[in-house]
Design a protein around this ligand. Structure first.
Ligand SMILES: [Zn+2]
Length: 292
């Protein structure tokens, strides 16, 4: 099992870190958690085709976690030669609606493109040349709005979810735990600290945790909706995880947001986490591969 970080940043514009997305590979199964900016392009840079991703899990529907979903869905369909297994998509409320509004062949935002690719003779011929058989079918995805509990299972793995606190009531948020014979990974998504998160992460091998900013920068009104260095470390410590991967950084932790990152910010942030968490700490970066 291998975890690769595609996006370790925030909505803040950065040349080095942008949005959230992660890939976990177990045997021949590839699954993606969140689909933030340029996730499809980053996936290709890893040598993974969109058609190889069988499962997509959304933590919530802020755009830094889902904005590449149309690009991912359409390229998965358009380059998949018509023989690609159905994509399974899970996420909180709005996941089904978002999917329909993007790729419904009659009413979706991309319906004109989809109809042109299905019906124009040049597009149809190109599809045949890539191995497809006419008539070409429109893209589909098995999208489900889910809540806490068991989500799905595959060959030797299972995913469960819990509700977290972020920006309710406008958006619901979920954290996910992936269990397999080779280990367990928990993704906090964007979340404040809370008992449900600590329970989900209990004894996990790896916790991929929002670590938005140094704790001193977390304003009073943000404490229930975001994790800073100390609160992320405390969640990891209380849950008894072996390893914390810090993600979702602002420039105070070293993301090269337009304008210089703050010198020494990453080192200070890691030291703050280490002051409350006794396990291994990894500072997340784009394309960082973490074997499990
Ligand atoms: Zn976010």
């Amino acid at each position: 099992m291998k975890l690769t970080i595609l996006g370790s940043g925030t909505p803040g514009l950065s040349s080095t870190q942008y949005g959230s997305s992660y890939v976990v590979s177990i045997g021949s199964d590839h699954m993606m958690f969140d689909c933030g900016p340029a996730a499809t392009y980053k996936l290709l840079k890893l040598g993974i085709a969109p058609s190889e991703i069988g499962y997509l899990f959304f933590t919530h529907h802020h755009y830094d976690h889902n904005v590449d979903y149309p690009g991912f869905l359409l390229s998965r369909w358009d380059t998949g030669y018509g023989e690609v297994p159905q994509l399974q998509v899970f996420g909180p409320k709005h996941t089904e609606q978002l999917t329909t509004r993007l790729i419904d062949p009659e009413a979706g935002a991309f319906a004109p493109d989809i109809q042109a690719r299905i019906n124009h003779p040049v597009s149809a011929r190109g599809f045949q040349q890539r191995g497809g058989t006419l008539p070409r079918r429109p893209p589909t995805a098995a999208a489900q709005d889910i809540g806490p509990g068991s989500v799905c299972a595959g060959d030797g793995w299972e995913v469960i979810a819990t509700a977290t606190s972020h920006v309710q009531p406008w958006l619901e948020s979920l954290a996910y735990r992936l269990n397999s014979a080779e280990g367990s990974i928990v993704f906090t998504g964007d979340a404040g600290p809370g008992e449900s998160l600590i329970q989900l992460a209990g004894g996990a091998d790896t916790l991929v945790a929002m670590c938005h900013m140094p704790q001193s920068d977390v304003r009073e009104e943000e404490r229930d909706s975001n994790l800073g260095t100390i609160t992320a470390g405390r969640v990891a410590q209380e849950a008894g995880v072996k390893r914390l991967v810090m993600v979702h950084h602002t420039r105070a932790i070293g993301a090269e947001t337009l304008g210089a990152p703050q010198p020494g910010g990453a080192e200070r942030a890691v030291a703050e986490v280490a002051s409350v968490f006794g396990g291994e700490i990894i500072l997340g970066r784009e394309f960082l591969e973490i074997p499990l």
